[in-house]
Each structure stands twice: as C-alpha cells, then as structure tokens.
Design a protein around this ligand. Structure first.
Ligand SMILES: [Zn+2]
Length: 179
C-alpha cells in the first residue's frame, strides 16, 4: 500500500513502532508480487474514497494500474514527458491540483518531472519498484501520492543532486492556464 505519511515513516524509523511493522509488511507484500492496495480504510483516511468498482469505472486500465495499484507506466507513455503547456496538472483520480507547469523540469528519461508539488497536494510514502525492470533489483523508493485520494503518482528521486518528483503522466490531467 505504500501510503504511510512522512511523519509516520520517520517515526517508524526512529522508534520501531507498529507503523514500522506495517511498513515492512507492505514491503513484504510488494516482494510477493501482490496487489498494491492504497489504504482507504487503514490508518490514513483519505478525503476521497471509492470502492474498487467505482475506481475501475472511472479510470481506464492503465490509469487504474498506476493510481490504484502503484504501477509505473513505460517511459514516454504520456505526452507530458516532453511537452509542457502552461497550466496546472491535476490528479486523474480526484482532480486535485498537484503540479503547476512552472515547476516542470524537462528530463530525457520519459517520465514527467517537477521540482515541487503544489503546497499540501502530495504526500510521501514507501514503495518498492524496479521501474518495469529498469532497475536490476526492486528498490525502496520514496513514493509520491495524492493527498486527497491516495492515488499513486510516482516517486521522489535525487537526480544529479536535484530533488525531483518523477511522475507518471498517466496519473495527471493538464488543465490549461486560460481554461
Ligand atoms: Zn487524487
């Protein structure tokens, strides 16, 4: 599920509380290849909660896999990876404004990068991924997910010393600035 807030993660690392046990349970699940399941009924109550059937009804297959199962799209899947028109990138799950085009950071990696999210829009968690086999071994990553619906957006990485949000364009909907 990978949806522990930053505070929880820090505390877990420091004190080894139940939150820590939970985090490791999540990792174990991911290793076993089980479904990534955002915790809509667990310790963090997201403002927007829907049943799996409702999510499947709203999202197409790829959007569902990325937002609800923590999948990573294949590089260059989304046109946003190398185009950035003025506007605001919203969450495909709940329409929360997440990233402004002003924070867009062009990278030749095939995903959508931003230097920052909008304030109070993105939470972090722990998530294990191998980026569709791009990494030799699955790795623990800092996950970025929507503050309102818990949808998995991507990860927060350090690339050449720069902190960047590496986001699946599939999870985003760019609304033009003049709309
Ligand atoms: Zn959302």
């Amino acid at each position: 599920m990978g949806l522990l807030g930053t505070k929880h993660s820090r505390r877990a690392m420091l004190t080894g509380t139940a939150a820590s046990a939970m985090a490791w349970a999540i990792v174990a699940k991911a290793r076993a290849g089980e479904t990534y399941a955002p915790s809509v009924s667990g310790p963090f109550n997201f403002e927007v909660q829907k049943t799996e059937a409702e999510w499947r009804d709203q999202l197409n297959d790829l959007e569902y896999q990325v937002l609800r199962e923590g999948a990573t799209e294949f590089p260059t899947t989304s046109p946003y990876w190398n185009t950035n028109d003025p506007g605001m990138y919203h969450c495909k799950g709940c329409d929360l404004p997440l990233y402004t085009s002003e924070w867009y950071s062009p990278q030749q990696i095939g995903f959508v990068f931003f230097n920052h999210s909008d304030p109070n829009a993105v939470l972090t968690g722990i998530h294990q991924t191998d980026y569709n086999g791009a990494l030799p071994e699955p790795k623990m990553m800092m996950e970025a997910h929507c503050r309102r619906c818990g949808g998995h957006l991507g990860h927060i990485l350090i690339i050449e010393g720069e902190v960047l949000h590496c986001i699946n364009g599939t999870a985003l909907d760019l609304k033009p600035a003049d709309a």
